[in-house]
Design a binder for this molecule. Sequence first.
Ligand SMILES: [Zn+2]
Length: 419
Amino acid sequence: MKKFLFLFLILAIVSCKEEVLNPEPIIIEKPKVIEKFGYIFDNFKVIQDTVRKNETFGYLMDKNHVANSLINKLVTKTKPTFDIARQLRVGKPYTILAKKDSTEQAQVFIYQPNRVEFLVIDFRNEVVPYIGRKGVKTVIKTASGEITSSLSNAIEEQNINYNLTYALSDIYAWTIDFHHLTKGDKFKVIYEERFIDDTISVGIGKIKASFFEHNKKPFYAFRYVVDSTKNVPEYYDEETNNLRRAFLKAPLKFSSRVSSRFNLKRRIRHYGFRIKAHRGTDFPGNIGTPIISTANGTVTKSEKRGGNGNYVKIKHNSTYSTQYLHMQRRKVKVGDFVKQGDVIGWIGMTGSTGGPHVCYRFWKNGTQVDPFKQKLPSADPMKSDVVPLYKEYIKSIKKEVDEIPLSVKETIIDTPLKN
Ligand SMILES: [Zn+2]
């Protein structure tokens, strides 16, 4: 009966239109059934929103006509799975499925604490809360590009997930200065990307292999786990050299820009020019920027003194020590063991300095030297018994990398890596 009425209405509209306007085709689209979290939304009054300030689970339930006694029961029953009374966070999405009748009473509450999981509390019958997971699918992709301005631009231009820039600059942190790429440099990469709902990218996974052509020189990187019991991947080149160095290039995480280099003959203006050696390398940054240790070691000095201001000195082994000057604050004390990349203080302007920067000093056998002129040791060279296995492993992957065409958009090629 209803259907007839509906058809009649459409016909009425059509005929009406024909009388006054030019005939227009009318497309009757079959309504899409929306099914989400295992519910057909059509069967409910659907409220979708994000948690606002001062909104609690109790408030949301009360607002949607749930009795207080039931609210208490829901909180108690859900607690072993999720503490709904305390763990709702402002800005996170929730869905309430309510009765379609005039009571508009909530029947199902769904909360998404993150992009992958969702909590379902269905209280139509027995309350059995559970946490569901959206399927996360990992695919392996290839990408390539040519640098015209910067790597991040090259990656953005092709709509590739921008995290790939970070992943690549991590791998090449010791071999290529990404702030000084040249026009015409090229990259190729085989990497994992994770998706939920097949379309929403939730991030870059592992980089399987990559290639960078910098100043016409090739730089390969292959991910390899030398000791499968420890499962710590490292990146090696085609000659089995570890791409990681024992020292980071810069004591700052996101910049390796240098404002003043190590220079024993630096001329400074001081009642006419005079020569004053600069035995450090200056890395500029905003006050408060974290300063990191460039290698593992033990803190031997942490104090405020004269022109150095607040400074820290770290001994890495019997040959090398590093020193970090003009800090706003120090984070470590003498005797502390720090790991490569640990924050040891923050950029400031203490001591004699014209602007906020960290003056990085590199000591070799008790003398200050230019870190950029040292042939620094690689971290953990590959053990000789692993070398033939590695060489065999990279044969086909290197071919795969070489065969990636340049400047062709990302392509899905394979299923995920095991480790
Ligand atoms: Zn300096």
